[in-house]
Design a protein around this ligand. Sequence first.
Ligand code: DAH
Length: 355
Amino acid sequence: MNDELQALRAEADSALAACADPRALEALRVGLLGRSGRLTLLLRDLGKTAPEARRERGAALNRLRDELAARIEARGAELEAAALAARLAAERVDVTLPPRPRENGTIHPISRTMEEMAAIFGAMGFAVAEGPDVEDDWRNFGALNIPEHHSARQDMDTFYLPGEREGRRRVLRTHTSPVQIRTMLASPPPIRVIAPGRTYRADHDATHSPMFHQCEGLAIDRDLTLGHLKGCLIDFLRAFFAAPALPVRFRASYFPFTEPSMEVDIGWNRRTGEIGRGGDWLEILGSGMVHPRVLANCGLDPREWQGFAFGMGVERVTMLKHGINDLRPFYESDLRWLRHYGFSPFAPPMLHEGV
Ligand code: DAH
């Protein structure tokens, strides 16, 4: 190989080494071996070479062409492999890494309790019903057999709103009982619903908040009795407090919308706060057989339909169940409190595990 070819080869060598991507490599190939590439032109000019040198030069040129073609191809494969390796490195995922701890929100204890109530009563065939926070005084009082000048209207420290709806005064509902009225007016019996939700009374101290939560219950059918009421509530309370032998006591009481009416107490220890043992009684909820006048107010014939109702404070049972002794932090949105008392959103109440 003469000097000229040696020089061309050395030049091609360093150009090859400098080629960093397939496009540069292709440009190099075209420059050497393309139709007017340098080596191609040299081969074409072979005819101008003196005949005695032609054979040798031709062989040398051909060798160099084959050599360069092979090296360009090899370099191409190298660049391709390097590109793939770089991509694999960039997209690498270590599937053996433990999950990174991520900050999740928590389910507020009030929401949790209402979900648990829906789960327990749901298993007994109760659906969840809803009503608006802004009610009218007929659904909140009148239809529930609470007359105009009845003390309950004052006792409940009602928030009245300006304006009227259908000629009735607007109120923030003082209890969830108006959902009973809405449910009976909306669809014919049989009815089995609970109605958890917000309620309002002008009352504010360590144990009262102007906004709090209740859960109403209503069952209407042809032959429901006090026995059904007692069975449902005993089963609910034992499931909710996860205490299969929880003592439950029914005490005669008075509510305008039930007859007879009963308050329900559970056994606990006043000193330690322990539920289910200790010989003390704690009032938990109100209940009774739906008053015939309430049925009639909703267009149901009390000779054909009867049923039971109950209402309980959500905060109260939540505090008892989880040993929370102050009502105020429920509404303060203190993240430390919420993280401590909140529940995982990924573990909703499951009845088969006990709620
Ligand atoms: N509404 C009553 C209250 O707020 C609670 C209540 C008592 C609801 C007896 C009922 C019931 O459905 O039957 O104090």
